[in-house]
Design a protein around this ligand. Structure first.
Ligand code: UDP
Length: 365
């Protein structure tokens, strides 16, 4: 079978590899000048720091199969993601842990005391229907106002009452001093960067990769099958309207030494325009560099020419999405895959799992 894959991000690369290993001829077309999509990494020529060019990517998973898969293509270094937040001129631990609670309330509570205290602050909401209700029922109004409300308004450009409760479930709340940002069993960052990992996935005699290659939906009559990892609505020429995305602007700056002491500093206060500042040398704590590269990150609604980052899955988008999904289901010979192809907020491990499963289904079918 001759397969055309559009997009050389994680989805496209994993799909390409699986199909090529099964003996198919695969051509991958990528619009950008590099593979790896938004997890692309590149060393700064001046400082030597490995930069996460489209924002921070930390690999974390509970899926042992996916962990084994990525370790076939890259040497992963142990990495523990630590995030801090600056609120009204003070620095706090994130996610919200016993340390955050004690810092914020000026107390020295033990776990059970803090649990009871936070429960007394929290509002009783049987079934939180949105982000704000979820936060109020978890941590109460004071912690919500300090750490979640402003950040979420800036990140999503919307009232937290209009955002899904599930968004907050990405973040742990801990009544101990464990400040690891993720709860997964496996966590690491590839020593040579994500781009080298994706290049290794694509390095197979059955795969041809074309960079800087625009692909017009509907092209390529020679392929027996096409895998589309671009935006779902773009495949259909946006004919029903545009699915909304948030895009990010990075204000990059370099300095000497250690500027902020951690990989990510969140800035939840509404007066500060950016959401967070990332210092990229801290994503590779096994390396040592004199210089430092930082990105000040702001979020805004994506226009037609902006890079889509976060799908905005509100009621309006969900109705439109359902219409596009119906069109996609009626399409023959095309698989829609990945964050953009399915319009979902996907972590890297889930992206890989879904690509492996989609390849398995394709091969079985
Ligand atoms: N969030 C927040 N305050 C923070 C960090 C996150 O309110 O300091 C909320 C925000 O709505 C964000 C969501 O939690 O979109 C998920 O955060 P995560 O850190 O997982 O976002 P990502 O790194 O994927 O952008």
């Amino acid at each position: 079978m001759q397969v055309r894959i559009v997009g050389a991000g994680l989805s496209g690369a994993v799909m390409a590899r699986e199909l090529a290993q099964a003996g198919h001829r695969v051509t991958v077309t990528e619009a950008r000048g590099h593979v790896a999509g938004n997890c692309h990494t590149e060393r700064c020529a001046q400082t030597g720091v490995m930069e996460h060019r489209y924002g921070p990517h930390i690999f974390h998973t509970d899926d042992a199969g996916v962990w084994a898969y990525v370790n076939r293509f890259a040497t992963f270094r142990p990495y523990r993601h630590q995030v801090r937040a600056t609120h009204e001129g003070r620095v706090y631990a994130l996610p919200v842990t016993l340390l955050t609670i004690n810092q914020f309330f000026g107390t020295a509570m033990r776990p059970d005391e803090a649990r009871a205290f936070v429960a007394s602050q929290a509002e009783t909401i049987a079934e939180p229907r949105n982000f704000e209700e979820q936060a109020l029922s978890m941590v109460g109004s004071r912690l919500y106002a300090a750490f979640f409300e402003g950040y979420t308004r800036k990140q999503w450009g919307r009232d937290p009452r209009d955002l899904p409760a599930a968004l907050l479930k990405r973040l742990p709340l801990r009544f101990n001093y464990d400040d690891n940002y993720f709860f997964h069993r496996f966590q690491g960052i590839p020593e040579a960067g994500y781009t080298a990992m994706v290049e290794a996935i694509l390095d197979h005699p059955g795969i041809d990769v074309h960079l800087d290659a625009a692909f017009v939906p509907g092209d390529d009559p020679r392929a027996d099958h096409l895998v589309w990892t671009g935006p779902l609505d773009a495949w259909f020429g946006h004919r029903l309207g545009r699915l909304g995305y948030r895009t990010l602007d990075f204000e990059r700056f370099t300095t000497q030494g250690d500027w902020q002491g951690c990989a990510v500093m969140n800035h939840p206060d509404p007066e500060v325009p950016h959401t967070r500042i990332t210092e990229h040398k801290h994503f590779a704590p096994w390396e040592s560099h004199e210089g430092s590269v930082l990105y000040r990150e702001t979020s805004r609604e994506a226009g037609p020419d902006d890079i889509p980052y976060y799908p905005v899955r509100l009621a309006g988008e969900k109705a439109l999405l359902a219409e596009y999904e119906a069109l996609a289901a009626a399409e023959t010979g095309v698989t829609f895959l990945g964050r953009l192809g399915t319009y979902r907020y996907l972590d890297m491990d889930v992206t890989i799992r879904e690509a492996l499963d989609a390849a398995g289904a394709r091969l079985a079918g």
